[in-house]
Design a binder for this molecule. Structure first.
Ligand code: ADP
Length: 485
């Protein structure tokens, strides 16, 4: 049987094999949604030391795939797994990927990230070069995969194999760019003419995400509002210039949620399940969460505010920390699950000691607890300073946990703010502590009007951001590129 795939996703994470955030979730669902629509799609991702391989029939496919970067005769191993019928390939080279973390430790980024991910991209291309026919499209994701399109662009000039292959970059977060010293450009194998302002050069540095923006045939990001925001200096992270040049090829496609994983009606991590038709068991989930987190049962009938996410400025965790003392005077509970900035982690742990029974903080990355917080909280907090799409608020809606969120990026594309008659949550105009607190107060006031609260909760639970809709949009864009799907 000829070996080829029409569309190949290249990404540094894919749930359930690997995940640090939304990127992993997207890769765990979009390719499957496309496959369900009959598209011939495959994914290729790094084989990390902490890969969760489950029983997905992982097997070694190629033991020595020559990569030729950063030196000859370096090779990669290529593995293959089956994820519900979706072919998933892995690039393995122990010295690059067999590490405790994916991209960084608490001390900062791994020093050789540039080398690691150029190696990854080049290995993906070398592996695809072994196919009987080239993929029609490489759909590449974020800076770790972005430079693939630059190689493709130049290799198309010398190798007819690649002649008809297109590339599309999806940006999940513009702030992470893979910016490195110009020195690392020198042995990248890209030609000197790539070193321009319209190419990979960025203020004297080598910028991998910029390479993807410059050389991909199409660029997309994960919500319509963020697609507009990134053309402005406030959100463009310095790349607004080149993005504006590519405006005609820039699309904003809202992410979906995988409701087979994130739905209270079939969630395997919850003590009980519930649905919009009968949401009363949500109270049981709350009770169990109170017990799990040692929260004071006396405030169980008061609102429980949940936060799940990276403890970074982007997510507004500092805003939450600022208003926590005020919140603690309001007869309610707060739960925070996250990891990230050491300073934020330490501050939150200190605060938990100050407010026992009312503030629960769990530092770390715990998939199952994230589900139980979604279900057991009443109000979900998302005071992001920018948010390309955001998935946790989409999950919160489905779990009947109306979000309080900044009105920007994907948050404004997914939440209808009170007092709109169709509201599903609460939004505030800018990420400041005062605006955030005001919005929480508003939400708590509505929580105390049970009939109104139930209506909002139910509407939130009925929102539908399934991947099927998003996958259809991607198909349209693939067709714009001339890919026959
Ligand atoms: P990001 O900007 O980090 O990609 P998203 O909202 O798009 O944010 O996606 C975050 C994903 O990561 C969600 O699935 C969320 O539940 C998960 N997540 C984030 N932090 C944690 C954590 N500390 N423990 C468990 N899951 C987490």
């Amino acid at each position: 049987m000829p070996f080829s795939h029409k569309i190949v996703f290249i990404a540094s994470e894919m749930y359930p094999f690997s995940k640090t955030g939304g990127l992993g979730d997207v890769l765990g669902s979009l390719p499957l949604a496309l496959r369900d629509m009959g598209v011939d799609v495959a994914v290729i991702s790094p084989f990390y030391g902490r890969l969760s391989t489950g029983d997905y029939k992982l097997r070694l496919l190629v033991s020595r795939c020559p990569v030729g970067y950063p030196w000859q005769p370096i090779t990669a191993e290529i593995y293959r797994a089956d994820y519900h019928g979706l072919p998933v390939y892995f690039v393995q080279r122990g010295e690059y990927f067999d590490r405790r973390f994916y991209y960084n430790t608490h001390d900062g980024d791994y020093f050789d990230n540039c080398e690691r991910f150029i190696f990854f991209c080049r290995a993906c291309l070398e592996w695809a070069r072994r196919m009987d026919s080239a993929p029609a499209l490489f759909h590449i994701h974020d800076w770790q995969a972005a430079v693939t399109s630059a190689y493709l662009h130049y290799w198309q000039k010398i190798d007819p194999f690649w002649r008809n292959t297109k590339s599309m970059l999806t940006i999940h977060n513009l702030a992470f760019q893979g910016r490195f010293s110009s020195r690392l450009f020198e042995n990248s194998g890209l030609p000197p003419e790539a070193w321009t302002q319209d190419g990979v050069e960025f203020w004297g540095d080598f910028n991998l995400l910029k390479a993807g923006i410059a050389y991909s045939d199409m660029v997309s990001t994960v919500s319509p509002t963020y697609a507009k925001e990134i053309l402005t200096p406030a959100f463009g992270c310095g790349l607004e210039g080149i993005l504006s040049k590519r405006k005609a090829d820039l699309r904003g496609i809202l992410n979906g949620a995988d409701y087979s994983v994130w739905s209270p009606s079939n969630d395997r991590y919850l003590p009980c399940t519930y649905s919009p038709e009968d949401a009363s068991p949500k109270a049981e989930c709350k009770k169990a969460l109170f017990a799990e987190l040692d929260l004071n049962p006396q405030i169980e009938d008061r609102p429980l505010l949940g936060f799940i996410g990276r403890l970074r400025r982007q997510k507004g965790i500092d805003l939450l920390i600022t208003i926590l003392p005020e919140l603690m005077t309001m007869n309610l509970g707060v739960v925070v699950l996250g990891e990230g900035g050491l300073e934020h982690e330490a501050t939150l742990m200190d605060m938990m000691e100050r407010y026992p029974g009312r503030l629960a903080v769990r530092i770390g990355y715990t998939e199952d607890l994230a589900h139980r917080i979604q279900a057991g909280s009443d109000i979900f907090l998302m005071p992001s300073r920018y948010e390309p799409c955001g998935l946790t608020q989409i999950y919160a809606l489905r779990f009947g946990t109306p979000p309080v969120a900044t009105n920007l990026g994907g948050l404004s594309d997914t939440i209808i703010g009170y007092p709109n008659p169709k509201c599903t949550g609460f939004t505030f105009p800018e990420a400041t502590a005062a605006a955030f607190l005001k919005s929480i107060r508003e939400a708590v006031a509505v929580f105390d009007k049970p009939a109104l609260w139930e209506k909002i909760k139910r509407r939130a639970m009925l929102t539908d951001f399934s991947w099927e809709r998003a996958a259809r949009r991607y198909l349209e864009v693939y067709r714009e590129l001339g890919v026959d799907v």
